[in-house]
Ligand binder design. Structure first.
Ligand code: FBP
Length: 317
């Protein structure tokens, strides 16, 4: 009879995090449990499909993108320890009507539902988050800190199982949602990216728009018989490569040198998890975590995974 794991997220956070941070992470995960329930029955409740609106990236927002955004935003603003939220689905910062009074407050940067193009076709999607200290200047400057200043980062993957992958900057830990107890339970106590280069994940449909260094890397990966896997949900592709070893690439394109992915709520949180798990992430030259952001929704080329593979990209520039 296999031994049932029992350490809950609440227990883990009470052991590792200040109360206020515990409150913020618990708010994000309780919101994710509501989002999970909606995703699981989306086909029965007419919440698939486009919202007929576009976000600041000029991308069509899916209904579930906006629903997830609202659930997370409201849950976080209710905590009274969050002074600002930056979201992929919000043009500007969301701030509470009453500024938080606690000694320690946070700002949260979030991609409410990553992998939008996969929502309607029942493929894994996820929620990605980054948490910083509120540095008390103004909420925007608290959000525009380099990724290395993150206090915590994580994602929830809505896949066959719903998993939370989290770092509070002492390694990476994985939790699995247990619907019988309606809570996240530790399932992967210490996640390290294996030193096996099994997969590369890139949209090869962009091949004719790639710059030479990315094309060279593809040639190298194929010469090493590294397998290609691309789901089209960053969070799912990153998750596979984190557990199996590999690299996810969304390079700058000839006509879009800064790529597609957002530095603040896609690049930085995954880069921190990857580094804490023994991997690495760059924009092709600089470590993602050392970039000082200029704007909330700036994009960046992203190469993330095994250090050796990522450094292979850097060395080709
Ligand atoms: P959003 O879904 O949050 O906008 O994220 C961007 C994303 O969908 C990633 O999840 C994915 O890896 C990538 O874009 C897919 O882009 P493309 O369709 O150009 O390959």
């Amino acid at each position: 009879m296999t031994k049932q794991r029992t350490t809950t997220l609440a227990h883990y956070l009470s052991e590792t995090s200040p109360t206020e941070l515990n409150t913020v992470i618990s708010a994000i995960t309780s919101a994710s449990i509501k989002i999970r329930a909606l995703i699981h029955t989306a086909g029965l409740t007419d919440i698939y499909g486009s919202s007929q609106t576009t976000n600041i990236h000029d991308e069509e927002a899916q209904k579930l993108d906006l629903i997830a955004n609202t659930i997370i935003k409201e849950t976080l603003l209710d905590t009274t320890v969050v002074s600002a939220i930056a979201s992929e689905e919000e043009d500007t910062l969301c701030t509470p009507s009453v500024p938080p009074q606690k000694t320690r407050n946070y700002v949260v940067l979030i991609d409410p539902l990553d992998g939008s193009s996969n929502i309607d076709v029942n493929i894994s999607v996820g929620t990605i988050f980054a948490i910083y200290d509120d540095i008390k200047e103004n909420p925007l400057s608290s959000c525009l800190q380099p990724g290395r200043n993150q206090i915590a980062a994580g994602y929830i993957l809505y896949g066959p199982a719903t998993m939370l992958i989290l770092t509070v900057k002492n390694g990476v830990i994985g939790f699995t949602y247990d619907p019988n107890h309606d809570t996240f339970i530790v399932s992967h106590p210490s996640i390290k990216i294996p030193d096996t280069h099994q997969y590369y994940s890139i949209n090869e449909g962009n091949t004719y728009r790639l710059r030479p260094e990315s094309l060279n890397f593809l040639t190298y990966a194929k010469s090493q018989h590294i397998s290609s896997r691309y789901v089209g949900s960053l969070v799912a592709d990153f998750h596979r490569n984190l557990f199996k070893g590999g690299i996810y690439l969304y390079p700058g394109l000839i006509e879009k040198p800064n790529g597609k992915l957002r530095l603040l709520y896609e690049g930085n949180p995954l880069a921190l998890i990857c580094e804490q798990a023994g991997g690495n992430a760059t924009n092709g030259t600089d470590n993602i975590l050392d970039i000082t952001p200029k704007t909330l929704h700036q994009t960046t080329p992203l190469f993330i995974g095994n250090t050796a593979l990522v450094q292979h990209i850097n060395s080709r520039d």
